[in-house]
Design a protein around this ligand. Sequence first.
Ligand code: XUL
Ligand code: CO
Length: 444
Amino acid sequence: MADFFTDVSEPIRYEGPGTANPLAYRVYDPDRIVAGKRMEDHLRIAVCYWHSFNWPGSDIFGDGTFDRPWLGDVSDEMDAARQKMDAAFEFFSKLGTPYFCFHDRDIAPDGADYRETLSNLHAMVDYAAEKIERTGVKLLWGTANLFSHPRFAAGASTNPNPEAFAYAAAQVRHALDATHRLGGTSYVLWGGREGYETLLNTLMKREADQLARFLELVVEHKRKIGFDGQLFIEPKPQEPTKHQYDYDCATVHGFLERYDLLGELFVNIEVNHATLAGHSFHHEVKYAVENGIFGSVDANRGDPQNGWDTDQFPNSVEEMTLALHEIFGAGGFDRGGFNFDTKLRRQSMDRTDLFHGHIGGIDTLAKAFLVAMDLLEKETLTRARTDRYAGWKGDLGAYIMSTEASLASIADRVLEEGIDPQPVSGRQEALENLVNHAVWSESS
Ligand code: XUL
Ligand code: CO
């Protein structure tokens, strides 16, 4: 089997901040022990199949620009799928990261009918199982592509046609089985078409009921096959549809609560989806962690000057640090991890650019992780937060939260005790400085 990534002959290694080698990690040091655990086991980094190996660098105005020989000759689609998988596993191994993620259609082409599609999938899952065995690269999560084919133009589970629901159910059944077989630690549901283009033709409540029924069936199947991984919903407000039902973490949380699915499904938070929803990534992570629905992360970044999903490689230590502070402050990942749902710019056409993108993103993440762990160890933000709410631990705070209190009894206490609250500083700038000091001084 010929190598595709010939500029890189060995796995990318940690060489430390002083190295001049652009194809080395300066911060990501898989074996470094942080808080009693290897960095690799904390971060659980995955490479995504779709942007890195399926996409030729095309956009809505132009053709593919990338040098991707495995996408070239598709006279035999299964041969092409095997070549693509050879390239993918070569890349995963050379990058030296532990996990990958895939959609069913990323690894196996559609057939003439569903029977053939399924047999393609099974053959490619067998091929992937061999690769996993041989390389030691593991599966973080699998998912089903329920958005590319025209049959899903009006949605998958939320489609007005129950046949589309059934087809989507069949795909998820087999994608979940494949994930289980390949030892995946979780499974993702991203509802790219689970939304509407116009309300003029949409029964919104009916579509929500269908989506909930779909999720119920997935949860039931997960139990039936003994898959002990976690199920994740990936929120995104819009794109490709005008409005998606899994808008953001709070919306997904409300939905899970309404349909009695809390504890069964968690969220996979993508940085650029958070910003499209008008939030910061930090906000989405904090909401999920504090409400018990946090699961996993799709690491990337958007461009603040445009309003679409640019899926760029993360390069802001600060943006990542604040979110990682919440994740690792709450104990880190269970079955999730950091999946690089990232794509190169269309002009980054060389195969080696794929290494540069991932190496920079992974070092950014590793640096943010070290800064977050430093902030946590020194309790810089956690102590400031606890102190700010300390009053609630006192007599008045406890009384208000107890069932003894009423609006009238609280009002009486204000009069009797002469309660006269004095405003205190929120210390925002002081805290911002402390975060910056940690970013600047963390010595990796
Ligand atoms: C789309 C997106 C997807 C999901 C998996 O914006 O993020 O690639 O991560 O379907
Ligand atoms: Co994603």
